[in-house]
Design a protein around this ligand. Structure first.
Ligand SMILES: C[S@@+](CC[C@H](N)C(=O)[O-])C[C@H]1O[C@@H](n2cnc3c(N)ncnc32)[C@H](O)[C@@H]1O
Length: 428
């Protein structure tokens, strides 16, 4: 879709056609296109069908708003989902921010949430189509008074007069994100500081801050020029490239780690993990040393991915009075049940050396038909294992394939039940 095709969508005919395609089935695209081309120009039909598809994709991030919004393929892919953007906007608002420059606004995921929080936003992107889309989004959502869209290279935009900037750079290649093989301790392999403009590795992947557009070093400079700033970065950012004057926050949504954010202007050197949608934050200005490893107890705690990325497993271990099952694995074990929002707790029934035959026999003997297979520090593929197990029976189990004190092991258990809620006092 180019700018001309997008403009057609904003005409009354385009709006009517797009509105009629809300429930269209992409599997029937060819038949639909043929039918619509009898009544509308081909260019409009293809733009409308493309946009209808993008709206359906956008629904996962923007809910019902997606059907009042416009997207580009890259824009929908790169946009911050509403819950994360709203959480960040609330943080900016709580820091007293009133005018903010969103440098790299994309289709406006963050700008929209900021405007809805009452912040006046200058939304900058260098791609003309993306800017037209953001403008249309601001208009369509009734936020045009609060969002000024400017099509420019962010490195040429002056930010004086703004009390905050937010930068969400485009990430080209060098993307990081997967879990590193060694989850513990905090130290990651090698790497130079971002201040040296270098590359660092995390779990064998390359994190190259200069592969960001604009570069991370430029964004850090822009952040330091205003009272408050936040830079969105890949969650795989190695801790050693976080500047000393930044506070690093890792954010997960329903257990999936979405991003890391470097905040400037508040609590330098601190580290936190925020779990959405509950907006529960584990924060420290003074990280604990690595927890000890010890024998597997009755309970196993699986920390949220944001906690692991933030290297706050020791803080969770302290909360639950626990220890690691292995000094390289981010599973915490304890003898007492102590629920925490930062980890999923399981009751462990068996701890065994890894062995397919043994596992198969045990699950058959217990009538297990459903196994949730989790792994950390194991090369076994859960799906392949499940096939080989040929499960049958009415019961279910959670199997952890992991290492205990260096040895490949299997832990069997079940999610810990929530503690019983105290009955209300009897009414007389
Ligand atoms: C990750 S997206 C931003 C997504 C946005 N936060 C949202 O929620 O919709 C990054 C954007 O940065 C823009 N961009 C990259 N380099 C730029 C530059 N030097 N100047 C202006 N925009 C740039 C790209 O066009 C892209 O739209």
């Amino acid at each position: 879709m180019d700018l001309d095709a997008f403009s057609l969508l904003l005409t009354p005919a385009g709006q009517a056609l797009l509105g009629s395609l809300r429930d269209y089935d992409p599997a029937r695209e060819l038949a639909e296109a043929t039918r619509l081309r009898r009544e509308h120009p081909a260019e409009l039909v293809s733009a409308a069908l493309g946009q209808a598809r993008l709206r359906q994709r956008g629904e996962a991030k923007f809910g019902a708003d997606a059907y009042r919004m416009y997207f580009t393929p890259d824009g929908v892919e790169q946009a911050t989902r509403t819950e994360v953007a709203e959480y960040r906007a609330a943080r900016f608002k709580a820091l007293g921010v009133r005018r903010l420059a969103d440098l790299c606004c994309g289709i406006g995921g963050d700008a929209i949430a900021l405007a809805r929080a009452g912040v006046e936003v200058l939304a900058v992107d260098r791609d003309p189509l993306t800017c037209a889309v953001t403008r249309a989004n601001a208009e369509s959502l009734g936020l045009a008074d609060l969002i000024e869209v400017r099509c420019a290279d962010v490195t040429e935009v002056a930010t004086d007069g703004y009390d905050a900037v937010f930068v969400d750079p485009a990430r080209r290649g060098g993307r990081t994100g997967g879990a590193s093989r060694r989850e513990y301790p905090r130290t990651e392999s090698g790497g130079e500081s971002v201040r040296g403009g270098g590359r660092a590795t995390t779990g064998g992947r390359i994190f190259d801050p200069e592969a960001y557009s604009p570069t991370l070093s430029w964004a850090i400079g822009a952040a330091r020029a205003v009272p408050v700033a936040a830079l969105k970065v890949a969650p795989g950012i190695p801790h050693e490239v976080v500047p000393d004057d930044a506070a690093a926050e890792w954010i997960s949504y329903r257990g999936d780690v979405k991003e890391a954010v470097l905040w400037f202007g508040k609590d330098p050197g601190s580290v936190s993990a925020t779990l959405l949608p509950a907006a529960t934050t584990l924060w420290t200005g003074d990280p604990l040393p690595d927890p000890p490893a010890g024998p597997v107890g009755r309970y196993l705690y699986e920390p949220d991915g944001a906690v692991i990325r933030a290297h706050l497993v020791a803080e969770v271990a302290e909360q639950v009075g626990g220890r690691l099952i292995d000094e390289t694995i981010a599973y915490v074990t304890a003898d007492e049940p102590r629920p925490t929002p930062f980890a999923t707790a399981y009751e462990i029934t068996d701890v065994l050396p890894f062995g397919l035959k043994k596992l198969k026999a045990l699950l058959r003997q217990r009538g297990v038909g459903v196994a949730v297979i989790k792994k950390r520090g194991s090369a076994i593929e859960p799906e392949e294992l499940r096939r080989k197990l040929k499960l049958e029976g009415p019961h279910s189990v959670t199997v952890f394939l992991t290492r205990v004190a260096g040895a490949p092991s299997m832990l069997l258990g079940r999610p810990m039940e929530a503690p019983p809620v105290a009955a209300p006092p009897a009414q007389t």
